[in-house]
Design a protein around this ligand. Structure first.
Ligand SMILES: N[C@@H](CCC(=O)N[C@@H](CSC=O)C(=O)NCC(=O)O)C(=O)O
Length: 302
């Protein structure tokens, strides 16, 4: 089963494709947005073999988001054209009337809040397999879909990952668990220590069968157990006016956790004065993150 392209939207010098597909991991229809930069459209049919495959950055969004929020507000498209990378904006959870949400109807659990983990607790374990979906299924099916069009986009190997808040958490976990897979990782106001903050505790209590599993999904624990490959470091920005800073984010925790590990001094944590948690903050620092990833993906400015 491949994708339905619901809309093609001109933005910058490329196109944003609003797509959907039937996901095996979640058992639902999943929406995803894919930005194809100007370099994709400059490739003339017939000389694809001459074109170096275009690398991909996966952007994971935060609580309450759909693929639209970051597509409309993060302004990755300018940078994608500048360096020549595709940007993939997945959804944040499975959705549908038959997909269990938060019994209390809050916005920080269930629909729009899948936390990019594979749930082990019923009833969520049937659909909430967002780790497998984002890191394994989605890249594979995107690769198949675009290979059929003959266009060279690299969704599988020369790839990087980033995200905001819950999405920054998802990026850190995916990178640390699959370092060989992602060339680089960055995050905007990430949840770095979910087992010790309310958002993470609610998610882990709701999605995971046992508390013994929690450390497997906490970046502050993963950083202690993950060997560091050559040239790897992590870029993080957090605003000092972020209302979630103290209770939910605690960014210093991952720097402290990385001491006495190969990651010591390899996490570049930028606390930026006056910025909040919004996409005004995210879009301000996207250029720096784009440059960071472009360097790791072997891309130069066009
Ligand atoms: N609706 C909530 C606000 C929730 C919020 O701020 N969500 C952030 C991510 S928070 C952690 O993942 C977000 O990205 N919102 C979408 C946007 O477009 O800004 C409330 O009412 O407080």
């Amino acid at each position: 089963m491949t994708f339905t392209v619901k809309q093609k939207i001109n933005v910058c010098n490329g196109k944003l494709l609003r797509m959907s597909h039937e996901s095996e991991s979640t058992g639902t229809t999943m929406d995803v947005n894919v930005y194809l930069p100007k370099q994709y459209w400059q490739c003339v049919r017939g000389n694809e073999a001459l074109m170096k495959p275009i690398p991909t950055i996966y952007y994971l969004s935060g609580l309450t988001c759909t693929p639209q929020n970051a597509s409309e507000k993060a302004m990755w498209q300018f940078q994608a054209d500048k360096y020549g990378f595709v940007v993939v904006f997945p959804d944040t959870s499975p959705r549908g009337d038959d997909v269990p949400g938060d019994p209390e109807g809050s916005w920080d659990f269930g629909h729009g809040a899948g936390f990019y983990i594979d749930a082990t607790k019923e009833p969520y374990s049937k659909n909430y397999n967002m780790y497998t979906y984002v890191h394994e299924e989605l890249p594979r099916v995107l690769d198949q879909h675009f290979a059929d069009t003959g266009k060279h986009v690299d969704f599988l190997e020369n790839v990087s990952i980033t995200g905001h808040s819950m999405g920054g958490y998802g990026a850190l976990c995916g990178f640390l668990k699959q370092q060989a897979h992602y060339k680089s990782c960055s995050a905007f106001a990430p949840i770095v220590n979910p087992k010790n903050v309310p958002w993470g505790q609610k998610a882990f209590n709701g999605y995971l069968e046992s508390k013994a599993e929690w450390d497997l999904h906490d970046p502050c624990e993963l950083i202690k157990q993950t060997p560091r490959e050559e040239r790897r470091h992590i870029l993080i920005h957090v605003g000092d006016a972020d209302p979630f800073y103290e209770e939910q984010l605690k960014p210093q925790s991952i720097v402290e956790a990385s001491q006495d590990t190969p990651w010591a001094n390899k996490i570049e944590l930028n606390i930026v004065a006056g910025f909040d948690h919004s996409y005004y903050f995210v879009s301000t620092f996207v250029p720096q993150h784009a440059k960071f990833h472009a360097e790791h993906l072997g891309l130069k400015e066009h």
